[in-house]
Design a protein around this ligand. Structure first.
Ligand SMILES: [Zn+2]
Length: 265
């Protein structure tokens, strides 16, 4: 029998963590999503600071866990540096990412930038994410997105539903059609909505979208549900509520990602 599966959002903030009462509902931790099958976390998409929320949310990790990175900017990898199960050896971890994840992470997580080197962890492996991977009955497929230094999104096909995750992507660029091909037929689209439309002109080329770009992508791909993510560092709970209201005028079934949110697979 197929085991039930879902995604738990652990962090949905872009760029750098924030804290304070104005960010209480949508959270301050950076991007991290747990893939949970039969009640056990088998993988993470991205390893931002949200990864450390796994304990607080009561997630139980499998003895072997896969971490799929979209890219290597700090807000997507810092959770690895504080992942207790990785450093203690409690979990065997395989890190997947574009290009050469071993070479890049060994530069980012090693002295003098961090007290110890991730290369010294005995139970870690690295793999290039260049095609579909089956994990615990889920199929995880990378696709290229438009973001500085390059990045990818991941489509997760589960026992009942498919979720496409596009955390960092600038719409209106040459990769849009390839992304739509990868996302087409997915039930849920989790999409970058870092900027408001009137903020975009000052941030062209920074590799992020507006909620208008996200709703257009959801409509074009035929998704039934849109979840906005990669919230800007200054975007308060109230401002995110307003952004969701605006997005719903173009795509009614829109929400914004927040820690603890569960998305059925
Ligand atoms: Zn980035």
């Amino acid at each position: 029998m197929m085991r039930k599966a879902h995604i738990t959002v652990l962090g949905a903030r872009g760029s750098i963590p924030v804290s304070g009462s104005r960010f209480a509902r949508y959270g301050g931790s950076t991007t991290c999503f747990a893939l949970v099958v039969g009640g056990v976390t088998v993988a993470f998409i991205d390893a931002g600071t949200g990864l450390i929320n796994a304990d607080a949310l009561g997630l139980k990790l499998a003895p072997s866990v896969e971490v799929f990175l979209t890219h290597y900017h700090w807000d997507h990898i810092q959770g690895l540096s504080m992942m207790r199960e990785l450093w203690s050896g409690a979990c065997a971890v395989c890190v997947w990412g574009p290009d050469d994840p071993a070479e890049i992470l060994e530069r980012a997580i090693s002295p003098p930038l961090f007290p110890v080197s991730i290369a010294d962890v005995a139970s870690i492996r690295f793999a290039s994410s260049d095609g579909p991977v089956d994990i615990g009955g889920l199929t995880i497929t990378p696709f290229a997105v438009h973001h500085p230094q390059g990045a990818c999104g991941y489509r997760v096909d589960g026992p009942s539903r498919s979720v496409a995750i596009v955390t960092d992507h600038e719409t209106g660029t040459n990769l849009d059609s390839g992304i739509l091909d990868a996302v087409r037929g997915a039930d849920v689209l989790l999409h970058d909505a870092q900027y408001l439309p009137d903020e975009l002109a000052a941030h062209r080329g920074w590799g992020h979208s507006t909620h208008e770009g996200a709703t257009s992508a959801a409509r074009a791909a035929g998704a039934t549900e849109l979840i906005l993510t990669s919230h800007d560092v200054g975007r308060t709970d109230t401002a995110i509520d307003e952004m969701v209201e605006s997005a719903r005028r173009a795509f009614p079934n829109t929400e914004a990602a927040r820690p603890g949110m569960e998305i059925a697979l």
